[in-house]
Write a protein that binds this ligand. Structure first.
Ligand code: C2E
Ligand code: CA
Ligand code: CA
Length: 697
């Protein structure tokens, strides 16, 4: 009867020691930590410890050469997973100096892990007996071998199977009797079977081994002819002049399948199934190496870099399920639009890249536009309709740009240009983009030190009552005078500040500077009704704006009801829920909010209607050509009418001419701002303006 595998060591320990001690060979059994679980009296005698002194101890702790040799062999067996040869000298009481030879066999548990070692050896003076042991149907060896999970085959120098264990029979679908006495090559498919004899002979002649002591992956052949992957390791026991081979065979079908799965996972993004970055780079590089852009028939490759603008807003507003579903939908649309032989990869959470063959730059632009149209169309994701804003940068091979690295760098620059230009658009790489990117990098670096170098200051532009022309409020506008570049326009550096995150400390500086200025004006009795500060979208939705303003208002209680903020309509509608929350908080502390640049985005009054705001600032672009442009006249008139319907005060920006003013007054616009009434000016100049106005009352 075969003992349960997991109890094999117990079983060994419980075997009558008399049986083991009288076996024709010396036996020792070590557990996984090389602790002695069984040792027969003879080995105990050799090691001079006595059996009781040996049991439970680690062999390595016994500094006897044989103990050391067994430990080394066990280590080798653990490493190679196969029988490790053992040859060492020892002193045997009553016999004298003796040469021991044999091997240490790894013993595996069900999990496949090596859980112990069986050392089997004998005086070399008696080689016949050990050879006899290996091949004999010894009940102990048979039990151990049959308990092993791996297949074990013992064959002689001619490759004839002398012993085979149960696992091996099961593995190959044979009965034991069918195999013992046959050549091991019966277990191998060709060409392995054909080469096997040759291999053994060459090994016996030259001693050069391809497999012995190393182990390798190979193929096995079952009785029914089916072939399957195996790992085979072969140990040899040289006894006297003869050799016995012990093969340990493991079915590795599952391991290979797992490896294939792992390699698929390593090369593909688990969410969307597209290539990972590394896999993408490898595949694209291989494609480009074999492609000659000079060959007119070969076409050119275009690289598209895609980035969803503010993707985190979607996750925050709808949850990750919706975000994930939107990304999946996005990827499937990419494959709909781009040609079939396109490589797509996911670079980061919401960043993708695609490499496609195109006819030329124009074709690449058409595809990129199409891609943008498709990807920004509404997506139904997890019971929500979402619309992504997406920036695409594209670069096409030409005489200068050939390698993937170059293409990638250019596509990224084009993507940055698209993002810098407000995002949600397509940009094809041009040379100017490289220069612009360098300039942005330069500005970012220098903007970092702008506050500490005292390079920032505020100017104020008056906002007047349309009918009376009196200054009622002012807009605070930031200025940066770089020590070498001179003045840098906020139109240029504010986007840089937003992209780099520098907008956070800068806004903080603006808030405290303006509030301090207002307190001074208040003291001097020249503070306009309200002063408006521009807040970028990022700050509005994320920063703890209300908290900071509350702090400042506590510090300057006189400024209560005198502070206003301007936020762009795009920032406000990007995340309507968050916007409403912040706006409600601001309303509670009497900070008035105006919607800036109204009409410049693609939102509508129906959105604005949902926001608790007080003012609507109509974008300069609409004012610029009134009253000549009748279309804009109608638009401005409608905006003013509807805003009034919603109870909002209207402000027209960029008023430069009397005609513009007269038109705006005639349609009932409440407040006006523009060069006609005053440019953005230093605080003292604004104070003078207010003071003069008070004198004329
Ligand atoms: P904005 O908020 O729309 O500011 C109005 C811009 O129009 C200002 O440009 C102003 O000088 C200009 N402007 C006013 N009246 C006229 C006019 O009659 N004709 C013309 N042609 N232009 C006029 P500025 O100061 O260069 O600011 C540009 C943008 O930079 C601002 O646009 C705003 O978006 C941003 N910005 C300025 N200061 C700040 C700030 O402190 N924080 C933030 N986040 N953004 C700021
Ligand atoms: Ca503004
Ligand atoms: Ca504006």
């Amino acid at each position: 009867m075969v003992p349960a595998l997991s109890r094999a060591p117990d079983f060994l320990a419980s075997l009558a020691s008399s049986f083991l001690d009288h076996a024709a060979f010396v036996l020792v059994y070590l557990d996984g930590d090389h602790r002695v679980l069984h040792a027969d009296d003879r080995i105990a005698a050799v090691l001079k410890g006595g059996r009781d002194g040996l049991l439970g101890r680690r062999l390595a702790d016994t500094d006897h050469p044989i103990a050391q040799a067994v430990t080394r062999a066990a280590e080798q067996a653990a490493r190679t997973g196969t029988a490790a040869p053992l040859d060492c000298e020892g002193e045997r009481p009553g016999v004298g100096r003796t040469l021991l030879s044999g091997f240490v066999l790894p013993h595996r548990g069900e999990s496949g892990a090596v859980q112990g070692f069986l050392g089997v050896f004998q005086d070399v003076t008696d080689p016949e007996r050990i050879a006899d042991f290996v091949m004999r149907r010894d009940p102990f060896v048979a039990t151990l071998l049959d308990a092993a999970v791996d297949g074990v085959v013992v064959s002689d120098r001619g490759g004839i199977i002398r012993k085979i264990n149960r696992a091996c029979c099961t593995l190959f679908g044979y009965a034991e009797e069918e195999l013992v006495g046959r050549n091991v090559s019966v277990l191998m498919p060709s060409p392995f079977s054909r080469d096997h004899d040759k291999y053994i002979h060459s090994y016996l002649d030259t001693g050069r081994a391809k497999i012995i002591g190393i182990g390798r992956d190979s193929l096995g052949k079952r009785k029914d002819g089916t072939v399957f992957p195996i790992h085979i390791s072969v140990g040899q026991a040289r006894m006297g002049g003869d050799v016995t081979f012990v093969g340990i065979i493991r079915d590795i079908s599952e391991r290979l399948a797992a490896e294939q799965r792992a390699s698929y996972l390593a090369r593909h993004d688990p969410l969307t199934g597209v290539l990972t970055r590394t896999a993408f780079l490898e595949e694209c590089e291989a494609v480009l190496v074999n492609h000659d852009p000079a060959d007119p028939g070969a076409g050119l490759y275009a690289l598209y870099a895609l980035d969803v603008d503010q993707f985190s807003d979607i996750n925050e507003a709808f949850g990750f399920h919706v975000g994930d579903a939107a990304l999946k939908a996005m990827v499937s649309r990419v494959s709909e639009v781009l040609p079939p032989q396109t490589y797509v990869c996911r670079i980061a959470a919401d960043e993708f890249a695609a490499l496609s063959r195109v006819e030329g730059a124009e074709h690449a632009q058409t595809l990129a536009d199409l891609l943008h149209d498709r990807l920004t169309a509404s997506i139904y994701a997890d019971r929500h309709w979402v619309r992504l804003r997406l920036s695409i940068g594209a670069a096409v091979q030409d005489a200068e740009v050939r390698t993937l690295e170059e293409l990638n760098a250019k596509a990224k620059l084009a993507l940055q240009a698209a993002q810098h230009d407000g995002g949600n658009k397509v940009c094809l790489y041009t040379h100017e983009m490289a220069a612009a990117a360098t300039r942005r990098m330069f500005l970012t670096m220098h903007l970092t030190h702008a506050i500490e170098r005292n390079e920032l200051h505020m100017v104020y532009q008056p906002i007047v009552d349309a009918r009376s022309g009196r200054v009622v409020s002012a807009e605070a506008l930031l200025r940066w005078t770089h020590h070498t570049l001179g003045p840098v326009s906020p139109g240029e550096f504010i986007p840089v500040a937003e992209e780099s995150g520098l907008i956070v400390p800068i806004t903080d500086w603006v808030l405290s500077t303006v509030v301090r200025q207002m307190a001074d004006w208040f003291e001097a009795g020249v503070l306009p009704d309200r002063v408006f500060i521009n807040i970028s979208g990022q700050q509005f939705l994320r920063g703890n704006l209300t908290g900071r303003l509350e702090e400042l208002l506590n510090q300057y209680p006189a400024l209560h009801k005198r502070l206003g903020l301007e936020i762009t309509e795009q920032a406000a509608v990007r995340d309507l829920k968050a916007a409403v929350r912040t706006l409600t908080e601001l309303e509670a502390i009497d900070v008035q909010v105006a919607i800036d640049d109204f009409g410049s985005g693609y939102s509508s009054l129906s959105y604005v209607q949902q926001l608790p705001v007080a003012k609507l600032k109509i974008d300069r672009a609409f004012i610029i050509d009134v009253p000549e442009n009748t279309r804009n006249n109608a638009l401005v008139r409608a905006a003013v009418g509807m805003a009034h319907g919603l109870g909002l005060v209207t402000v027209a920006e960029g008023v430069e001419t009397e005609e513009q003013r007269d038109f705006l007054v005639s349609i009932g616009c409440d407040l006006l701002q523009g060069y006609l009434f005053g440019r953005p000016i230093p605080p003292d100049a604004l104070a003078d303006m207010v003071r003069k106005q008070m004198e004329t009352v």
